[in-house]
Write a protein that binds this ligand. Structure first.
Ligand SMILES: [Zn+2]
Ligand SMILES: [Zn+2]
Length: 261
């Protein structure tokens, strides 16, 4: 819990403009002993979101790495700083994604694999967490049941070592599909226990992501407390993450962890 393993930076276009050092100072001030930057790796598909702002650019990777390494050295006495990616699992683009990851083997152990895009029956890649109205429009078009079923299938694919030894073995915010649940009040039929079993069986860790508490239509952690408890019973390793896109968010709400009783 003294470690925040899911932190974004100014290299992602939907974050804030503070440089990475501000996040480091914030982590130190909150007493964290370790932090990991996990910027959104460049997308291997065309960004289908209206603002096309989902991820960093290929050109920025080197700058991101340089800035991270400089800070790692500068602050080594105060905090351990690691550098990874939040990688999008994109169904059907496994080879392209692996080619990208193969260039950065040092970052794989600190990276998170997340599902933000699902491949719909018409082959469109749809971003499930872009915003409420965007999500509700698609929900009315194809139905929540269909969206949730595809999301569940996609998670299982992400949990099947899609890039071999280059697969990031932490699965991101598994209940992201529920981000707007209080706006539609529909329940999904996802078999979460089967999913946890898959996480366990394939040797992944689970992103225990506190950003959800600040989402107005969700207000829980990803995943919610009951599922985190289940994961603990199953001895699935948890990876605490604030998913900060602003320095103030580093380590947010970690004190509300179910491990604190
Ligand atoms: Zn982001
Ligand atoms: Zn994410």
């Amino acid at each position: 819990m003294h470690s925040d393993n899911h932190i974004h930076t100014h290299y992602c276009p939907h974050g804030s403009d503070y440089n990475m050092e501000n996040y480091v100072k914030s982590a130190i001030s909150k007493g964290l002993k370790r932090m990991t930057f996990t910027e959104h790796a460049p997308l291997v598909i065309k960004d289908t979101t209206p603002e096309k702002n989902s991820a960093m650019t290929v050109e920025d990777i080197d700058l991101y790495r340089q800035e991270g390494r400089m800070l790692k050295e500068r602050y080594q006495e105060q905090i351990e700083i690691n550098l990874g990616f939040e990688v999008d699992y994109i169904e059907g683009m496994e080879a392209e994604t692996q080619r990208l990851l193969e260039k950065y083997p040092d970052m794989i152990p600190y990276s998170i694999l997340s599902v933000h895009f699902i491949k719909l029956p018409d082959n469109e890649y749809f971003c499930i967490d872009y915003d409420k109205d965007y999500f509700l429009t698609k929900l009315n078009e194809v139905g929540f049941e269909t969206i949730a079923a595809i999301y569940e299938k996609t998670l299982h694919l992400a949990l099947s070592n899609p890039y071999g030894e280059y697969t990031p073995k932490t699965i991101g915010h598994i209940t992201l599909i529920n981000k707007f649940e209080q706006a539609h009040l529909l329940e999904n039929q996802i078999d979460w226990i089967r999913l946890l079993k898959k996480i366990k069986q394939e040797g992944y860790s689970m992103d225990y992501n506190f950003a959800g508490l600040d989402k107005p239509y969700y207000k829980k952690t990803y995943p919610q407390a009951e599922l985190v408890k289940k994961a603990l019973e199953m001895t699935i390793p948890l990876s605490y993450g604030s998913d900060a896109h602003h320095p103030d968010d580093v380590g947010r709400y970690f004190e509300r962890s179910v491990e604190n009783g």
